[in-house]
Ligand binder design. Structure first.
Ligand code: NAD
Length: 431
């Protein structure tokens, strides 16, 4: 379980624009691709909205003896290409619309990397940093029981997201398995390895980001060595990609998290920083660094900017200030549509979330395959398969981008929406 920190949860120092609605953002991205593909109206309408969305209220007894109720969601955007797949997030800011957006991004992401899943997402509105491990366990089990009829290895397979981790997944597996009468590891991915998890899953999103960055460097004819990197968010995704770019010879000059940030032009060691975060709960006050906030980090002169926290952080108010040549989207939906247009005009090369951060779901797919067979791959096999899938997806997207003179994001959406539409057309469901 994540170390419980002494730091109180404070509101992030950057809040998305007031009008920011992640579901609207996801719809605008879908619309562009749907127009480009000239989709039949019945396919367009079917893919626009989630297939299913549920709100649940669960009650647990806190350690102090008081009862507390929590609201949670599970959204299945699509099950056309396979079971819904997507993480569960614990956050005070979680909402149904955020889940709808994240679920649809999962549909497109799974289609970009061509794995047989649809898209889903779940969340519980809570402050995970203020709950004890015991309270989190009870909350997770109650939430799982509340959504048990929706999930299952062939229906909907949750995974970790912000403030959930392999322990959370083990609790979900346990709660679901109790309803079945036998252990069903394939109901969730991102579990501990000794419980049917896959080797390489923990770092998978970072690993996938790095494969995409390596291919982008080849496409752009640049080397990664010596490049200056700024990372916004230093959790699972931010810390994993930090270690890989550092290993490749990049210089990490700034990192922020929800409590603040650090800056050192000479470079920050991500391995030492990750150890420091385990001890203190935040990157703030890491030795030999100056403080920095998100807005300053976004505007830093650097080569690669990696958003790895929440949605909407690169928006119309700060996009023009971006000096990085490459944005590698670790987070889901970190760039708004308006910001995208500004970045395109300024020729910033954006590696879009639905391609760039698909390493996590790709290894989740491999975990699911292993669980169903009860037969497990070596870490080397997992890495090799992930590399093949991610690199193939990168060049599939590049092909559409260059042939149609569209941005990388538009190309990724065109590829994804086309694949889902093709499947739907063949199934003939809803025509
Ligand atoms: P995490 O909970 O491990 O870490 C989140 C990090 O973001 C923390 O360092 C937190 O302090 C920071 N953060 C939160 N709000 C912030 C703010 N306003 N400003 C700066 N930092 C802030 O979560 P994670 O699993 O690393 O996920 C991060 C992002 O990556 C999310 O958008 C998630 O949906 C996406 N993602 C995660 C995975 C995965 O496998 N975990 C896969 C694909 C995409």
């Amino acid at each position: 379980m994540k170390e419980k920190t002494k730091i109180d949860y404070t509101k992030p120092d950057i809040t998305p624009e007031k009008s920011f609605d992640p579901f609207l953002e996801s719809l605008m991205q879908f619309e562009k691709a749907a127009n480009f593909l000239d989709l039949e109206p019945w396919i367009y309408k079917r893919l626009k909205y989630p297939e299913r969305e549920i709100t649940v209220h669960v009650t647990i007894t806190l350690d102090n003896g008081h009862a507390e109720s929590f609201t949670g969601f599970r959204v299945q955007h699509s099950t056309i290409r396979g079971p819904a797949k997507g993480g569960i997030r614990y956050s005070p800011d979680a909402s149904l619309n955020e889940c709808k957006a994240l679920a649809s991004w999962m549909t497109w992401k799974c289609a970009v990397v061509n794995i047989p899943f649809g898209g889903g997402k779940g969340a519980v509105i809570c402050n995970p940093l203020k709950l004890s491990e015991n309270e989190l366990r009870k909350l997770t089990k109650e939430y799982t029981l509340a959504i048990r009829d929706l999930i299952g290895p062939f229906k909907d397979i949750p995974a970790p997201d912000m403030f959930t981790n392999e322990q959370t997944m083990a609790w979900i597996a346990e709660a679901y398995s109790q309803t079945q009468g036998y252990l069903e590891p394939a109901v969730v991915t991102g579990k501990p390895v000794y419980l049917g998890g896959s080797l390489g899953r923990k770092e998978a999103t970072g690993t996938g980001l790095f494969f995409v960055l390596e291919e982008a460097a080849k496409y752009l004819k640049i080397t990664l060595e010596g490049k200056k990197v700024a990372i916004l968010g230093f959790g699972n995704v931010g810390s994993s990609i930090a270690k890989l770019v550092h290993k490749a010879g990049c210089r990490i000059i700034a990192v922020t998290d929800m409590f603040g940030g650090i800056y050192n032009e000479k470079g920050i060691d991500p391995i030492a920083l990750a150890q420091y975060v385990v001890q203190t709960g935040s990157v703030t006050n890491f030795p030999d660094c100056d403080p920095i906030d998100n807005e300053t980090l976004i505007a830093l002169p650097c080569d690669i900017l990696i958003p790895a926290a929440i949605e909407g952080q690169i928006n119309k108010s700060n996009a023009a200030q971006v000096k990085a040549k490459i944005i590698l989207e670790g987070a889901n939906g970190p760039t708004t549509t308006e910001a995208d247009e500004i970045l395109n005009e300024n020729q910033v090369f954006v590696l879009p979330d639905i391609l760039a951060n698909a390493g996590g779901v790709t290894v989740s797919y491999l975990e699911w395959v292993q669980d169903l067979q009860r037969y497990f791959f070596s870490e080397e096999e997992v890495l090799k398969k992930t590399e093949t899938i991610m690199k193939q997806a990168f060049w599939d997207v590049v092909k559409i981008m260059t042939e149609n003179k569209v941005s990388m994001r538009e190309a990724a959406y065109i590829l994804a929406v086309d694949r889902v539409a093709q499947a739907l057309r063949a199934l003939g469901r809803g025509v």
